[in-house]
Ligand binder design. Structure first.
Ligand code: F0G
Length: 422
């Protein structure tokens, strides 16, 4: 039923662990609170805070009593799910509503689908996070935003802050950001500072400087950004008409897997669905601390020198690792790693057999799925999340193909060339 208010929320018995009177201000206007995932410590939604005093990650508790059941398969766009989102302002470039394709050439006999996040305004899933995150920045009265990025966060934050009319500062790992992403950040007018070091180092500097400089950090440690990204779960359910058995996605800083899991859990808490998917996180072999932890049953240890052709997920110390581990454990899912070769092969297969061009990190979803299927570790309806567009990283293609030298405009010569190919 469209427009129905569903159960749940601060009063609705969803297990948030505190009473409504502590959560609503005088006018009953409060939409959310922040809660530490470790100690349960609570923070006001208008406090600029990224970690709990105990060091734990924060998550947004949304008042789901306001959530509307709008899941009718129509007019799918991110802001259709506004009643689940803890912001009042809206800085938007019309994000979301990305296609969900059946991979019918590659998997004719199974229900394997691909959610093409490259179709977002700046070409990646980050736009979901930034439309909400930059809206929150305005609500908080912040006029400067800052992030560390392997490229897509930078491109997206630069675009949304241009839209909002606020200043944007970006730290990137020098020499390791794909060309398309860099060009986006520059043209949108961001101040781009390449750092000698990897993403993890850049993020440490961002966190150290944030309060001193009075800037709002929009990395995925910011729980409001993840609120935007949770809408990917809503769209999958809205488009598919059911919750899939598995959702497979690349993992870098581990925000997206946490956000999507939160989205599915909220659908259930709101009484809209009763099933949850298994969350399957794929890392590149050269940057796979979560896979190592998962497979070897060890404590989390960062990977000191991450390296992979999938530069978007070239991250050794994922800031959201605790949330990601929780998502995989709670959902009964798993982590797997894939080699650079498997990633590039999956990218090629997807483009040449299905007509879908994704960047290398995004192809990790398909590469991981192929690997898990061959090991009989995955079955049922599966959604692969393709996180970014292939045009972001043209050099990844030119590493594989060489364009032939130009030939004379000679019809006979070109005829022979065409007839002799294939
Ligand atoms: N895929 C792409 C294309 C990405 O750009 C990223 C992250 C991920 C997957 C991993 O998502 O970090 O939520 O686990 N890119 C970040 C950036 C780190 O700076 O653009 P995650």
């Amino acid at each position: 039923m469209v427009g129905r208010t569903v159960m749940g929320g601060f009063d609705g018995g969803v297990g948030h662990g505190y009473k409504s009177k502590t959560c609503r201000d005088g006018g009953g206007k409060r939409r959310a609170m922040l809660r530490c995932i470790e100690c349960g410590g609570l923070y006001d939604e208008n406090e600029v805070v990224y970690r709990c005093r105990c060091g734990g990650l924060l998550e947004v508790l949304v008042d789901l009593s306001r959530a509307e059941n709008v899941f009718d398969g129509r007019n799918i766009k991110l802001w259709k799910y506004e009643s689940f989102l803890p912001v009042r302002k809206r800085v938007s470039l019309d994000e979301g509503g990305t296609p969900l394709y059946r991979l019918k050439n590659l998997f004719p006999d199974s229900k394997i689908l691909l959610k093409n996040e490259g179709a977002n305004p700046t070409g990646s899933f980050k736009d979901r996070g930034m439309t909400v995150g930059v809206s929150k920045a305005l609500e908080l009265g912040m006029d400067k935003v800052l992030c560390a990025s392997t490229g897509n966060t930078a491109a997206s934050l630069a675009a949304y802050s241009a839209r909002a009319g606020i200043r944007c500062y970006i730290l990137i790992p020098g020499g390791k950001v794909a060309l398309g992403k860099l060009s986006q950040a520059l043209i949108h007018g961001a101040e781009v500072i390449p750092v000698k070091g990897n993403f993890d180092t850049a993020l440490e500097i961002v966190m150290e400087l944030s309060s001193e400089l009075g800037v709002y950090v929009l990395n995925s440690i910011n729980p409001f950004r993840l609120e935007g990204q949770k809408t990917l779960a809503f769209e999958i359910y809205d488009q598919l008409g059911e919750v899939p058995d598995n959702v497979v996605l690349p993992v870098g800083n581990a925000g997206n897997i946490s956000a999507i899991w939160k989205g599915f859990k909220e659908l259930r808490e709101a009484g809209i669905t009763d099933k949850l998917p298994k969350m399957v996180g794929i890392q590149a072999e050269g940057a796979s601390p979560l896979v190592r932890m998962f497979k070897e049953g060890e404590e989390f240890r960062p990977c000191g020198d991450p390296e992979t052709v999938a530069t978007a997920i070239r991250i050794g110390n994922p800031v959201n690792w605790r949330k990601a581990v929780r998502a995989v454990q709670e959902s009964g899912g798993l982590f797997e790693s894939v080699s650079d070769e498997e990633i590039l092969q999956a990218q090629y297969v997807l483009a040449s057999r299905e007509g879908i061009f994704v960047e290398p990190a995004s192809a990790a979803s398909l590469a991981g799925f192929i690997k898990l299927r061959s090991l009989d570790l995955i079955s049922g309806t599966t959604v692969l999340v393709a996180t970014g567009h292939g045009l972001k990283d043209p050099n990844a293609v030119f590493g594989r193909f060489k364009l032939p030298d130009p030939v004379d405009p000679d019809v006979e010569l070109i005829r022979r060339r065409i007839l002799s190919s294939h």
